[in-house]
Design a protein around this ligand. Structure first.
Ligand code: 13P
Length: 254
């Protein structure tokens, strides 16, 4: 089975001590992951080191950054590079979240550079894509998401691509409580996989996890994750509550 991933995105929430409490609760929840299951905790940069030992106490749990710079070093005040993350032992990073696309004006081209920096440093990108409401309403969402993936990832060779995780997050479902229906999620995930198949062939496309994000909750995770092409989720709000995120982890395909 493809890798199934429950990924938390804390965004800019929680103090360090609140984060420590949350990790402690997750660690003590008695979660035993199967070999193909993984939990990623996407925490703010300053918490990566202080939380590392606690998170890694559970087999299959790992930390994840929420962004990285498009360059490895230099005069870029306030940026954090893939090289730096590697030096901390971080192996996963979100790139292209819709909030960064919107507020930091990150486009497909700069995300291609970020993917390159991560992969050349041996980190795995969790690449976010997804359409705004007006694109969904105009029924052009497939082409929109395909372009995001094509322009940011399709310069990668097969070996590099095999380290990528894709997260489909329809913007209209993020933080709104309005999740995509299971049919909408499965349809888009199937489409994304067909786009990967055309570019890289069926064998590789079959191994790339495609996560769903956007109002994943404890009470809808099983149905969403049960879809054949949904390989887990990228979770915002519900990942800040230990019981909820625990239930979401337990909803991964067994
Ligand atoms: P919510 O789960 O709060 O809708 O956030 C989704 C998200 O943006 C995860 O990256």
């Amino acid at each position: 089975m493809r890798q199934q991933i429950a990924a938390a995105n804390w965004k800019m929430n929680l103090t360090l001590s609140e984060g420590e409490q949350l990790v402690k609760a997750l660690v003590h929840a008695g979660i035993v992951l199967k070999k193909h299951q993984r939990v990623l905790m996407g925490v703010p940069f300053p918490y990566l080191v202080p939380l590392q030992a606690a998170v890694q106490r559970v087999e299959g749990f790992d930390l994840m950054a929420q962004n990285c710079a498009a360059t490895n070093n230099g005069a870029y005040t306030g940026e954090v590079s893939a090289t730096m993350l590697k030096s901390l032992g971080i192996q996963w990073t979100i790139i292209g979240h819709s909030e960064r696309r919107e507020y930091q004006l990150e486009g497909n081209a700069v995300l291609a550079q970020k993917a390159d920096r991560l992969l050349e440093n041996g980190l795995k990108p969790v690449f976010c894509c997804g359409e705004p409401l007006q694109i969904r309403e105009a029924n052009t969402h497939n082409g929109y998401v395909e372009t995001q993936i094509r322009e940011s990832l399709f310069h990668l060779d097969e070996k590099a691509m095999s380290h990528v995780v894709i997260a489909y997050e329809p913007i209209w479902a993020i933080g709104t409580g309005k999740t995509a229906s299971t049919e909408q999620a499965q349809e888009m995930h199937r489409y994304i996989r067909s786009v990967l198949e055309k570019q890289y062939g069926t064998t590789l496309a079959d191994t790339i996890p495609v996560l769903y994000g956007g109002s994943v909750k404890a009470n809808n995770a099983s149905e969403l994750f049960g879809q054949p092409d949904v390989d887990g989720g990228l979770v915002g709000g519900a990942s800040l509550v230990a019981d909820d995120f625990t239930a979401i982890i337990r909803s991964l395909k067994a």
